[in-house]
Design a protein around this ligand. Structure first.
Ligand code: ASP
Ligand code: MG
Length: 408
């Protein structure tokens, strides 16, 4: 017999919310307040503070290309530690709780270690524990492969664990607790006029996240959109309401809802490519065969059947991409391959763009006025991104925030 558990909340606490023991106690207090209202609670936790980075650092010191299966064995321990500690903290406050690894929680993934996809979740043990009125604490970011190995879901993957569990358990709410009060019109550390957004659509949030806004993992938002799971992002350290992320917007559709800035990409340029059909296909097929995600692409106008192609990739994959670009260039008899890490990408995002014209012109004009040179441009239906020099990224974010009338 399967029955939907009523008033079930899935709460996710990020690494900064469980960074030390006093913070873990605070999280236990938040959970205890929900329990007093008799909600059934599933908690998903990240690793404490920057544990994942530290573990990765150790791995790469021992071996510059560590086996990915072993990486997953290693980095999944961070979440297991915080899950166990939180369960202990809850018990010490008289709250019945039990922690589970991703494996025990029934999270089955594919075989792509370090960026595995969830295939299905068999939450039998979670349901049993909920029936016994226990708070269920699940180690985020992890699952098991069909070979029974531990897998992880990509950086920031605890968000995905939370959203996926909210879906399979039919939760009434999914709340993402973090160290900021919600989603802002721009990063408040960079643009001081930035304001909290009360409500944002999945599409806008997805676009912001994939363009560098760090509040939530983009894949998690994708899944929330797919299954229409309304999310709330709010702070562990304040009582203020956060940002609601959902499918329908209110009547007002901002032309630009928010700005994001990222310095996480690098630009690779292959010079002097023969300009004939099939060349771009060859270049990008090769990159995709190596599982490298290419973001922006620009091809220059050809002179004498010779052209240049630039593209951006995540810095984490940039060296690999650079090496393959050099191999490709050699193979197709193109020229030099250039590598540039000193770039920033600034993006404006808003659903209202669909029905407004002149948004791009306004963006470029604002950047020009601030003497920021644009190196690459890409657009989607609800966003426009520009690559600029890294040192100009913050200025660019500030002037765009102002130009589109965001914030105070
Ligand atoms: N601890 C993992 C990371 O830092 C997963 C997460 O925090 O969601 O990427
Ligand atoms: Mg984290």
């Amino acid at each position: 017999m399967t029955r939907k558990v009523s008033h079930l909340y899935v709460l996710k606490f990020g690494g900064s919310s469980v960074a030390n023991l006093s913070k873990i106690r605070r999280v236990a207090d938040i959970i205890s307040a929900y329990r007093r209202k008799r909600y059934k609670i599933v908690v998903v936790v990240s690793a404490m503070g920057d544990t994942t980075d530290k573990l990765l650092h150790l791995a790469f010191k021992l071996n510059p290309s560590p086996p990915e299966r072993e990486l997953d064995m290693l980095i999944s321990t961070g979440e297991q530690a915080s899950a166990a500690l939180l369960a202990m903290a809850l018990k010490s406050k008289g709250i019945e709780a039990i922690s589970f690894s991703g494996h025990q929680a029934g999270v089955l993934t594919d075989l792509s270690h370090t960026k595995a996809r969830i295939l299905e979740i068999e939450p039998r043990r979670l349901k049993q524990a909920l029936l016994k009125e226990k708070v269920v604490v699940v180690a985020g970011f992890q699952g098991k492969t069909p070979y029974d190995d531990i897998s992880t879901l990509g950086r920031g993957g605890s968000d995905l664990s939370a959203v996926a569990l909210a879906h399979v358990l039919g939760a009434d709410r999914c709340i993402i607790y973090t160290d900021v009060e919600g989603v802002f019109t721009a990063d408040p550390r960079i643009v001081k006029e930035a304001e909290k957004i009360n409500c944002i659509s999945f599409d806008e949030m997805l676009e912001l996240a994939s363009k560098g806004t760090q509040v939530m993992q983009a894949r998690a938002i994708e899944v929330a959109k797919k299954y229409n799971i309304t999310l709330e992002v709010r702070s562990t350290f304040s009582n203020k309401g956060g940002t609601i992320i959902k499918s329908k917007q209110s009547l007002e559709e901002a032309v630009v809802r928010g700005i994001s800035l990222t310095e996480k990409e690098a630009k690779i340029t292959i010079c002097n490519l023969p300009d004939r059909p099939g060349i771009a296909a060859e270049v990008f097929q090769r990159l995709s065969a190596e599982n490298i995600n290419v973001d922006m692409i620009v091809q220059n106008v050809s002179r004498n059947k010779i052209t240049d192609i630039s593209f951006t990739v995540d810095k984490a994959e940039a060296r690999k991409a650079f090496d393959s670009a050099r191999l490709i260039s050699h193979k197709i008899k193109a020229g030099e391959v250039l590598y540039d890490e000193d770039i920033a990408k600034v993006s404006i995002v808003g659903i209202g763009m669909r029905s407004h014209s002149g948004v791009a012109a306004k963006m470029f004009k604002a950047l020009a006025k601030a003497r920021v040179n644009i190196e690459m441009i890409s657009t989607s239906e609800i966003s426009i991104s520009c690559v600029v020099r890294k040192k100009e990224g913050k200025v660019a974010a500030g002037v765009l925030h102002k130009a589109f009338g965001l914030g105070r």
